[in-house]
Design a protein around this ligand. Structure first.
Ligand code: ATP
Ligand code: MG
Length: 370
């Protein structure tokens, strides 16, 4: 096992597209803060290409192409490869072996109860088309990812809570059967409601690549403006400026909840000190949706501007990005390989770790003769 009391992070993203604002507030921003806090002994960030293949088996090219997009997004938000290990899931064979062993520790009934997987099955039409076993079992493979790195902390959005719950159950079961071997992980989700599960620009429950309702971290200022002005609704009853407005289900205000700070007010809307004052005015009446949308545009664009610039820098140096990934993979192979060896030892399937089984077999056969 890793040294006792080590603090280790593992998080991952599926390379099914570029990363978006939901990833940013749900997980990425936190990862960068934790990385820079210096409190962690090891930070691992994984591109989950195997998991992405579970519902994209017929389109491996899409996954291959998006690996570079996700790495560029990581580097542009401030993931620092000297502090965080960036790696690719499919290059780590230990994860496949662990998944295979863990599958014996969970029932199909338990997997079928996972609310996130249930929703995703529905979204992908797998109920009618047939459900790939790999997709159904992806929470098990996620458990392999987390435990292979001995992760203590997994910073994720709210949709991932059932996965961490599942991982914890498998860890407990494994340790009960085979002896204390695996580290029990904890989920770290944002405190802010809007950040935990950022809705899509269309107001749907979750911004998600699969739903096509995203603002991507690399989107241009113009695209952001269009998304806000054309896709985001406010309060349908707020017809005239002087009418009182409602905040519930008002996407513009949900985004402000997730993104704006008092500094943004000082810079872009100094008539108000903070979001509470803006909300007060809106609900009282007399504040137009246009002003709120313009402010949101400034908040989002000023958040994304430095990210965009950083992305461009890295995009012009793909050779270095390749080297970063390659080095990250080598470290990750070593870490996950050590865990696999430990797991196989606990399960007593480490036949060729040394020759001790020769003696065991000899004794066994001798005793059988008697
Ligand atoms: P896909 O549609 O391919 O599943 P996705 O947009 O759901 O993609 P993932 O790669 O599944 O993104 O998620 C990566 C991480 O980002 C997870 O920790 C997840 O909780 C977080 N995340 C994704 N979308 C949101 C969101 N809208 N709000 C908060 N966190 C999110
Ligand atoms: Mg997802």
């Amino acid at each position: 096992m890793s040294e006792p009391n080590q603090k280790i992070i593992l998080t991952a993203d599926r390379p099914t597209g570029r990363l978006h604002l939901g990833h940013y507030v749900g997980s990425l921003k936190r990862r960068v803060e934790l990385q820079n806090s210096g409190e962690f002994d090891q930070i691992n960030i994984m591109i989950a290409d195997d998991q992405a293949l579970t519902d994209n088996a017929d389109n491996p090219g899409k996954i291959r192409d998006n690996i570079i997009n996700v790495v560029l997004d990581y580097l542009s938000v401030g993931i620092d490869p000297t502090k965080s290990n960036i790696c690719v899931q499919s290059t780590l064979p230990a994860l496949h072996a662990l998944t295979f062993y863990y599958m014996n520790l969970v029932t199909t009934a338990r997997l079928a109860r996972n609310p996130t997987v249930k929703a995703e099955i529905q979204l992908r039409g797998f109920e009618d088309e047939g459900l790939p076993v790999g997709f159904f079992a992806y929470p098990v493979s996620q458990t392999a990812d987390i435990t292979a790195f001995d992760a203590t902390v997994v910073p994720v959005g709210e949709d991932q809570l059932p996965m961490i719950e599942q991982a914890r159950e498998i860890v407990e079961r494994f340790n009960r059967i085979y002896g204390e071997t695996l580290v029990l992980p904890t989920a770290l989700i944002p405190e802010n409601d809007a950040q935990r599960r950022l809705p899509g620009v269309d107001g749907k429950a979750k911004m998600s690549k699969s739903l096509g309702n995203c603002i991507y971290l690399s989107d241009s200022a113009k695209t952001i403006k269009n998304q806000i002005n054309r896709k985001m609704f406010t309060d349908p009853q707020h017809l005239r400026i002087e009418d009182p407005g409602h905040l519930e289900g008002n996407v513009v205000f949900t985004y402000l909840d997730a993104f704006c700070t008092d500094e943004h007010f000082a810079e872009f809307l100094p008539e108000y000190k903070n979001l509470d004052e803006l909300k007060d005015h809106y609900t009282r009446g007399g504040l137009g949706d246009g002003t709120c949308k313009k402010f949101l545009y400034n908040v989002l664009n000023s958040t994304l501007e430095p990210i965009r610039q950083e992305r461009e820098k890295w995009a012009n140096d793909i050779d270095s990005v390749y080297d970063i990934l390659k080095a990250g993979n080598e470290k990750a192979r070593e870490i996950t390989g050590n865990t696999l060896a430990r797991v196989q030892k606990s399960m007593r399937i480490d036949y060729f770790a040394d020759r001790s089984i020769v003696k065991e077999w000899e004794t066994l056969l001798k005793n059988a003769e008697k």
